[in-house]
Design a protein around this ligand. Structure first.
Ligand SMILES: [Zn+2]
Length: 142
């Protein structure tokens, strides 16, 4: 696994194996998700792979009713908005992803700080298969 380039292609390959892999700078320890070949903190290029456990908290969100074409094809839009959030992962890295388990028509019920867990959303078949990283609200413990 260590010989993979720190690219979006490698990131996608790991996602299809249901692994969330980012890069870690060997020099300063900064993490990046998706992985980057150059450290965003010290600009070093000595990186290693690190696996994220996929849990975190909602840091910010937006409800999207003007869908980009690939989402519009799935039926999202003005009458069926969806939620995209900034997720603060437990490892301290922020990632932007779709948030599931929330009602995009009721943004007042979506709370920043809510616990989230990663899910792997698969679309398409065969060579068109694409896995995206999404996050689902973890129901509060009762
Ligand atoms: Zn660094």
């Amino acid at each position: 696994m260590n010989d993979k380039p720190f690219s979006d292609t490698s990131y996608q390959q790991f996602l299809s194996e249901e692994k969330i892999m980012g890069s870690k700078c060997r020099k300063c320890g900064a993490l990046a998700l998706p992985p980057r070949p150059i450290c965003i903190s010290c600009l070093g290029s000595d990186m290693s792979w690190t696996q994220f456990n996929g849990t975190g908290q909602l840091a910010a969100f937006t409800c999207i009713s003007v869908a980009p074409p690939h989402m519009a094809r799935e039926g999202f839009g003005r009458n069926n908005p969806y939620v995209v959030g900034v997720v603060e992962l437990d490892e301290g890295v922020r990632s932007v992803a779709r948030i599931l388990g929330v009602d995009a028509n009721k943004p007042d019920q979506i709370k920043v700080g809510t616990s989230l867990k990663a899910e792997f959303l698969e679309k398409g078949e065969g060579p068109d298969k694409h896995t995206s990283l999404v996050f689902r609200i973890v129901p509060p413990r009762s």
